[in-house]
Write a protein that binds this ligand. Sequence first.
Ligand code: AP5
Length: 218
Amino acid sequence: MKRFILLGPPGAGKGTQAKMLSERLTIPHISTGDMLREELKKSSELGKQAQHYMEAGELVPDNIVNQMIKKRIANNNSEGFILDGFPRAESQAIALEKTLKEISQEIDSVLYFDTDKEIIIERLEGRRVCKNCGAIFHIKNMPSQKEGVCDNCKGELYQRSDDKRATIENRINVYLEKISPLLKFYTNNNKLIKVNANNTTEEVNKEVLVLLKDKNLL
Ligand code: AP5
């Protein structure tokens, strides 16, 4: 079993690296952001409850995301998972421990994607996502072959509504408010591995693979 958490600021590249790791290890990429956006798209009750928090760059209340993850993990039939964007606060980490304990599982490693603020802003402002398959591009760092069109499925690329400057700033502030206790929690558990996420996508991926191999997790 391989169970990982990817931790880091918005725009650190968690989604990009999670997709790469997920393919390599054939374990699912579980992103609370993607799950919530799916609910928004369906206009479900849960989506309606989450909408204004997401548009403002605030955290969706714990009871909603904790329940969502609990259900997703209970239905996981694969040999592990990669959590991206969860937990985001110490309270969520505690809820996750409880959920995993109930099914005699535990997290193997927490990869912390350390990233500078200017880099985060540049990455988020230039991000484009496929409406159809969720593939992630960047207008400069990872452009699609044809502008506005996904390389994988020819779906339409769009800019997330929370990737606007003012919302990005708020998301960073929310992140900074919550991150210290979370880092302490996983440092105390001896699970935290720090990654320099300022580097290129390929360099970050290489570093992640080396670090996981060193810990016999590959
Ligand atoms: P979520 O979707 O999780 O957003 P986030 O954490 O802000 O993270 P991002 O998806 O913005 O960034 P990322 O690190 O995945 O970067 P990416 O790989 O795309 O959450 C959205 C909202 O949902 C939250 O604000 C909140 O409201 C709610 N929510 C979600 N989870 C919650 C929870 N647990 N509790 C409460 N609320 C929750 O990369 C970014 C860009 O950079 C891309 O364009 C990419 O191509 C480019 N890039 C990536 N890596 C590199 C690199 N190394 N070099 C150059 N460019 C790169």
